[in-house]
Design a protein around this ligand. Structure first.
Ligand code: SF4
Length: 962
């Protein structure tokens, strides 16, 4: 405890108020005072009343960016006074968006779920009984054990919305022997991932915005997109340092408003524009010829598609120009509606980037359109042509800037394949076909015995929510649904168990994200628990320190696994035993402590230098920086010392050895390094004479696969090169004269989170509407003005909402933000800050009608602010009216909708929704018919190319088609 209480300099309680501060002003409390920090209590003003705080670092859980937070925990009451940024976190550097500090609202929400609940009425009836955690764990443990004893492993499914951790569920589900992981990826990023993965073997880009000369964003990353706050900081840094910021977004987003050049293309035309730029770079000779010659698999393309050609780079260049001859600026302009000179201006900027092009797309155009994965592929082509790969100011791939450590015990890959998540129709999908689950259950492809949803609200977040309602209400399809959630949600309402889990300050997790050119690991931790432990108090389980009986998941999975396998006879318990106390139950500190001691490069040494254990170091600082700066991992020289029987393939240059691999501390060694009958691949010689063996890319060729043999071999030879696929909302597929338009429904609002902002009063006070953006020309055609009610008809239903007439959108295109339209079925339940009370009805033919009874209004609670709610509008749940649109290659749900916009009809109310699930099934069949099944196209009898990324990878044997 410091002898002299000192606050932010100049605010020191012990200094007379009129004295100038003797210390320089600092933006954050110095870390040496985090154990005992003193500030005046603002609420006691004008009295100068001190409050003493324990400042505990943790990690925000409100999006995937994993920014650092610093919790101010009152030492006397253990109340969390506020959350600020953790200045020691390398990704966020002490800064947060509005959602970080709003963690406080989530923790102190008067309507949060504090105890486990069990359904007592019909599903969805809203009748609950409080139960004990023992009751829950015994029930789930016995049920899952029985399923495992009967070899029904895959009937136990874990379906996650926001993971918020790295490596945890591989540890759990591998130990259980299930292929039971399901995710939200197909409604989010599958398309972008596929585009990057066919090129590189890795599925996320990591741009270095801060050092870039040109920043090209096909998204609204500055204010809402992927790695929002860490990226936004660095985009602005790059811009202030002179980088040109180019944004492609049909909508005038906040990001677009900051751009040097904003292009508003017709949705889905982006790949045509990118290819015109690529062609221009090559045609004008302003590209990095040397990089492309060294690293791109151009020889493979010539050999496959032009076998009579000499294998020379000049020939490749000629073929490239021939291949893309049609992609002129005029063609791109005709497709996109963007003037040719604007596309040329982008091309000229890219040509002048000097190998420092930071380019990024995620969701956005990739997630909206049929074939959107080719947008990411064509964007990466610009990174390759400019030589901006893995260099300062360029774009890297995620695993070069991310570290996912291995736990103390990782069971072998399971020997099962789950057809409900990885159906044969989608052999190249990224990843699980999660949003089709209710359709697959509907078709009788399987059933679920025990279904965990975890921080996931598919009824509201996914398309076709009414199909989810039908599945969740049918015990023949879903035997038991346990919803692990920190908040109420539309999905939780239809569960059998609602199990309260901690917010970002109430749980342990490890996180590492590719937020910038560098690599770090961060530790989310329960801040009250840490504050209690700093006071010398013993806390055995995190729920002892959390409000009510809120658990953290790491402890939940340990406990549940022990109850599934109490005597260890199933071989499961072993993974959940302590590495330090053989045969005894693992504690959460042992789980993370072992990881920090054994698998994080440099951490044990850094901790020892301060006389701390690695766990104590992470508890104190909350983050550790593994590396600074960009790293071109593919260029790394492989150490061949000790490797026996080295052989270099004369055609590919791939070098193999018979020596086994050294065990990796990382959880995800890429499958291209797996041994085969030919030996274990270790790297690549770029030419036969090259003495150096380099690591190469994570593709079968170890090069950048401009031409994808995988796409060719798996039924898509026409798409093996980066190309332009006309979207399902291409102008030729619309009858504009009949009033058909395109709806962009994907964009976020910067201060909201999908479901969890619903219990944040600060965030909902800022944003609580999602009107339809519509251009003045369309408004004039319809004879409407801002705030007039509109009815928007999709292929399966319609929704009603007010208009916002704006020039921030193209004529013929409308836009509506997601995050809005939360609803509840009972007056007194569920996030009344953000939900409207509705009446929901289904007729026997599967036609659903949601009728808004009322929007938000003030309510009495332990928080006086709930009686001060002044807003009534909370938006419309548009996703209910969207049929599923699974892209036949990437598996991505293609979010954009062909719609008809009309003036609302008499009796329509804002927020009304109508859906016909018979139409849902019909549209699903139309899209399913576009697929090319592994059974028809697999070249090797496998369900999926073994080299292609797949989370929770089963054994190789399980890949075999039955
Ligand atoms: S960007 Fe905002 S919501 Fe996301 S982790 Fe950072 S502070 Fe939290």
């Amino acid at each position: 405890m410091s002898e002299q209480p000192a606050g932010l300099d100049g605010l020191s309680p012990s200094a007379p108020a009129q004295d100038p501060s003797p210390l320089p002003l600092r933006p954050y409390p110095p870390v040496e005072r985090w154990d005992d920090w003193v500030e005046f209590d603002a609420r006691a003003w004008p009295r100068r009343q001190e409050r003493r705080y324990s400042l505990v670092p943790t990690v925000c859980f409100n999006c995937e960016s994993a920014c650092g937070l610093l919790a101010y925990v009152d030492q006397a009451s253990l109340e969390v006074q506020k959350f600020e940024g953790n200045p020691l976190h390398p990704g966020s550097r002490g800064r947060n968006c509005a959602k970080g500090p709003a963690t406080h609202n989530q923790v102190y929400d008067p309507e949060r779920i504090l105890y486990p609940l069990k359904r007592v009425g019909e599903r969805g009836e809203g009748k609950w009984r409080r139960v004990t955690w023992d009751e829950v764990l015994d029930d789930l443990g016995a049920r899952i054990r029985q399923a495992f004893l009967e070899q029904r492993h895959n009937e136990v499914m874990y379906h996650v919305g926001r993971p918020g951790h790295d490596g945890l569920m591989e540890w759990v589900l591998f130990a259980w022997g299930c292929d039971s992981h399901n995710s939200h990826t197909n409604v989010c990023s599958a398309s972008a991932r596929a585009g990057y993965a066919f090129w590189t073997g890795l599925d996320r880009p990591s741009p270095d915005h801060a050092e870039a000369k040109v920043i090209l964003l096909i998204s609204s990353h500055l204010e809402t997109g992927h790695y929002f706050n860490p990226h936004a900081q660095r985009v602005i840094e790059g811009k202030l340092a002179g980088a040109k910021l180019i944004v492609w977004d049909t909508r005038l987003s906040n990001t677009a408003s900051r751009a040097d050049l904003h292009l508003s293309p017709w949705p889905g035309s982006e790949a045509a524009m990118l290819l015109a730029i690529a062609r221009h770079l090559v045609a004008s000779g302003r590209y990095d010829r040397s990089f492309v010659e060294r690293w791109v698999n151009w020889r493979d393309w010539l050999a496959a598609d032009h076998p009579a050609d000499p294998p020379s780079f000049d020939r490749f260049e000629a073929r490239f120009l021939e291949q893309y001859a049609d992609y002129t600026f005029d063609f791109a302009a005709a497709e996109s509606g963007v003037p040719a000179e604007q596309i040329l201006a982008v091309a000229e900027a890219v040509a002048a980037c000097e190998g420092r092009l930071a380019a990024h797309t995620w969701r956005s155009a990739t997630a909206g359109n049929l074939g959107g994965w080719q947008v990411a592929r064509c964007l990466w082509l610009l990174s390759v042509l400019t030589g901006s790969v893995g260099v300062a100011g360029g774009t890297s791939m995620n695993t070069w800037d991310k570290w996912v450590p291995r736990p103390h015990h990782l069971a072998p890959h399971p020997e099962r394949w789950n057809e409900l998540t990885w159906p044969q129709e989608y052999p190249l999908a990224f990843f699980e076909m999660s949003f089709l689950l209710p359709h697959f259950l509907d078709q009788g492809r399987g059933r679920l015995d025990t279904y965990f949803t975890r921080v996931y609200n598919p009824v509201w977040t996914n398309p076709d929510g009414a199909m989810w309602l039908e599945a969740l209400c049918d015990p023949a399809k879903v035997g038991l649904h346990a919803c692990l959630t920190p908040t109420w949600s539309e999905t939780a309402w239809f569960a059998d168990y609602v199990l309260p889990m901690g917010h970002g300050s109430e749980r342990h997790d490890l996180m590492s994200q590719e937020t910038h050119a560098g690599c770090w690991i961060a530790f989310r931790q329960p801040v009250r628990r840490l504050a209690m432990e700093r006071q010398g108090r013993t806390v055995r389980y995190t729920y002892e320190a959390n409000p009510g009986e809120v658990w953290e998941e790491t402890e939940f999975w340990i406990e549940l696994s022990w109850r599934i396998d109490p005597d260890g006879s199933l071989g499961i318990r072993r993974a959940f035993e302590s590495p330090y106390r053989p045969g005894e139950k693992l504690t959460v500190h042992e789980y993370y402590g072992w990881i920090f001691e054994n698998t994080v490069p440099g951490l044990p040494e850094a901790a020892a230098a301060e006389g701390l254990s690695p766990l104590a170091y992470m508890q104190r600082y909350g983050a550790f920086e593994i590396r600074q700066g960009a790293k071109a991992s593919f260029e790394e020289t492989v150490d061949l010392a000790g490797l026996e029987d080295l052989r270099t393939d004369p055609t590919s240059g791939i070098v193999r050895t018979s020596s086994p691999a050294t065990p990796s501390p990382n959880i995800t060694p890429h499958p291209v390094f797996a041994p085969t009958a030919e030996g274990r691949p270790v790297g690549l010689r770029l030419s036969p004479e090259d003495a150096v063996v380099r690591r190469g890319f994570d593709t079968p060729s170890r090069r950048l696969e401009f031409w994808s043999p995988t796409l060719k071999d798996w039924g898509w030879p026409d798409l093996a090169l980066p190309t332009y696929i006309q979207s399902h909302v291409h102008p030729s597929r619309l009858d504009r004269a009949a009033g058909e338009m395109v709806l962009i429904p994907t964009f976020r609002l910067p201060n909201l989170i999908h479901t969890r902002s619903g219990n944040s009063k600060w965030l909902y006070e800022i944003s609580h509407r999602n009107p339809l953006w519509i251009h003045p020309e369309d408004a004039a055609r319809l004879g409407i003005h801002t705030d007039d009610l509109l009815r928007v008809a999709t292929d399966i239903g319609h929704f009603v909402l007010p208009a916002w007439v704006t020039e921030g959108i193209r004529p013929g295109v409308a836009a509506c933000s997601h995050h809005m339209g939360r609803w509840r079925l009972q007056e007194t339940a569920m996030e009344r800050w953000s939900s409207s009370l509705v009446d929901l009805k289904r007729d026997p033919e599967g036609r659903w009608d949601m009728r808004r009874i009322e929007g938000t209004r003030p309510f009495a609670s332990t928080d006086p602010d709930s009686s001060r709610i002044w807003w009534t509008e909370v938006g419309v749940h548009q996703n209910l009216t969207f049929p599923v649109h699974p892209d036949p290659v990437s598996g991505m749900h293609c979010w954009h909708q062909k719609v008809t916009v009309q003036v609302a009809q008499p009796g329509d109310r804002s927020g009304d929704v109508h859906v016909d699930t018979a139409r849902s099934r019909a549209v699903f069949q139309e899209w399913l018919a576009m697929t090319r099944s592994a059974r028809d196209v697999s070249p090797d009898g496998l369900r999926r190319p073994h080299w292609l990324l797949r989370p929770f990878r089963p054994s190789r044997e399980a890949y075999r088609l039955p």
